[in-house]
Design a protein around this ligand. Structure first.
Ligand SMILES: Cc1cc2nc3c(=O)[nH]c(=O)nc-3n(C[C@H](O)[C@H](O)[C@H](O)COP(=O)(O)OP(=O)(O)OC[C@H]3O[C@@H](n4cnc5c(N)ncnc54)[C@H](O)[C@@H]3O)c2cc1C
Length: 255
């Protein structure tokens, strides 16, 4: 069975890994440059063959100020859902995402076809594969960009040694301080600010785009591919595993 993955960021390469481990022929099409892993990003679980089970470190999460103040800074509204409640104050295991991504990059680099894909090329891609798992930002392959809504919040993530204690993440809902999250993860420090202080990235919120989703074999994966909140890199791994298994059953391919 052939699986074509669009995008070579952490989500795309984890999906490619899942498909290959399941015995599929894998093709990757992407604008070919390694993604920058900005901000407080880490793997929330061990991935067999990609992370070392013992390479996790415990990360302490703490909060100052209020949940409403945090939501207002991040999304401009006190009612907006955020990850404030997902992480209680305490310690959580974290695996290094950068190291995992570097390992995936080494495995797949030679097989990434350097190509920018646009919406009307998805048909052609699907004509040559059994499954297409797209992690490229959904807006980039939307066929109705003038009609479909893509809500996102611009962010400004700076490398800044504000937090010098290793493996500490601070959520800041205090008024009068512009930054809302600062972290030191595996020795790398960063601070996230709302966009009024300049933007160097964005957080997808939601979309009503349904382009290509009615095409058999086409699936969107990853936070940018699905264009929604709360999507972790490892969700792309598990989604790819599930999609491949389902397709194998449907095609009568041996599991
Ligand atoms: C502030 C922030 C913190 C986060 N923290 C975490 C965390 O701690 N843990 C976690 O698991 N997740 C986290 N996430 C969610 C998300 O999983 C990560 O941001 C992750 O690094 C995104 O990887 P990706 O592969 O989905 O996207 P990207 O790394 O952006 O990859 C997209 C790929 O698509 C390619 N591409 C784009 N357009 C095209 C096109 N038209 N044609 C071909 N190729 C194209 C790009 O070149 C790139 O290779 C966080 C997100 C944000 C915004």
């Amino acid at each position: 069975m052939k699986v074509t993955v669009l995008g070579c960021g952490p989500a795309g390469l984890l999906a490619a890994f899942a498909a290959e481990e399941a015995g599929c022929e894998v093709e990757i099409i992407s604008s070919k440059q390694p993604s920058k892993i900005n901000g407080a990003q880490y793997l929330h679980e061990h991935v067999e063959h990609i992370t070392d089970p013992d390479s996790f470190e415990m990360v302490t999460f703490t909060k100052v100020g209020t949940k409403d103040g945090y939501a207002k800074k991040v999304y401009g509204s006190e009612d907006a859902p955020t990850s404030w409640d997902i992480f209680g104050i305490g310690e959580y295991p974290a695996w290094p995402l950068q190291a995992a991504y570097e390992r995936l990059w080494v495995r797949f680099e030679d097989r990434i076809e350097n190509r920018v894909v646009i919406g009307r090329e998805i048909d052609e891609v699907l004509g040559d594969t059994d499954l297409c798992l797209s992690s490229v930002p959904a807006r980039g392959i939307c066929l109705k960009q003038d009609q479909h809504r893509f809500r996102a919040k611009p962010v400004n993530i700076l490398t800044d040694p504000l937090i010098q204690v290793r493996n500490l993440v601070v959520y800041n809902g205090r008024e009068g301080e512009p930054w809302y999250r600062a972290s030191n993860l595996f020795g790398h420090s960063s601070v996230e600010y709302p966009a009024q202080f300049g933007a160097n990235g964005y957080k997808p919120i939601d979309t009503n785009c349904d382009c290509h989703l009615d095409q058999p074999g086409f699936h969107r994966i990853g936070r940018f591919g699905q264009w929604k909140k709360g999507v972790l890199v490892t969700h792309a791994l598990h989604d790819a595993q599930r999609i491949v298994q389902t397709a194998k059953l449907a095609l009568g391919v041996k599991p």
